[in-house]
Design a protein. Structure first.
Length: 149
């Protein structure tokens, strides 16, 4: 009987870990759904709740939904808060650090932002990118540029 109790406890532990892993995977999807709902509400003219920032750009929501990455050198704070572990204050500090540096040269430079640690960086590393500075367009009037597939 002692062995079967241990097996039952182990089974419960494994089931709990599996549920926790599933919940962690669903979190970014839920954040995207919330951002899309906020955008739809704003489009209908509904007033955002007090203290809420502007909704994420629809391009950013679509990009994350489709598996693309957010470009750190052009993302706005409302786009960055879609990332796991990044709230409004950290998003603002990321933008401030980017401005101070004149842009990021690598994703790892996020570690210079107060509040960004190795764990948060690990969560967002596959969701963000830094394009080489030469490839960032500075002239916004050029509308003939094509986006890569």
């Amino acid at each position: 009987m002692h062995g079967s109790a241990a097996h039952a406890a182990l089974g419960i532990l494994i089931a709990g870990l599996a549920l926790a892993a599933l919940a962690a995977q669903r979190r970014p999807a839920l954040q995207l759904q919330a951002a899309a709902a906020a955008q739809a509400s704003a489009a209908r003219g509904a007033s955002p709740r007090a203290g809420a920032s502007r909704p994420a750009s629809s391009a950013t929501v679509r990009a994350l939904r489709d598996g693309a990455r957010i470009e750190l050198n052009t993302a706005q704070p409302q786009d960055l808060i879609l990332l796991p572990g990044i709230g409004p204050k950290l998003a603002q500090r990321i933008v401030e650090e980017r401005t101070r540096r004149g842009g990021f040269a690598a994703v790892d430079e996020l570690l210079a932002v107060r509040g960004m640690g190795l764990k948060t960086l690990a969560k967002v590393r596959e969701l963000v990118e830094v394009k080489p500075r030469a490839s960032l367009r500075t002239d916004r009037s050029d509308t003939t540029a094509s986006t890569p597939p």
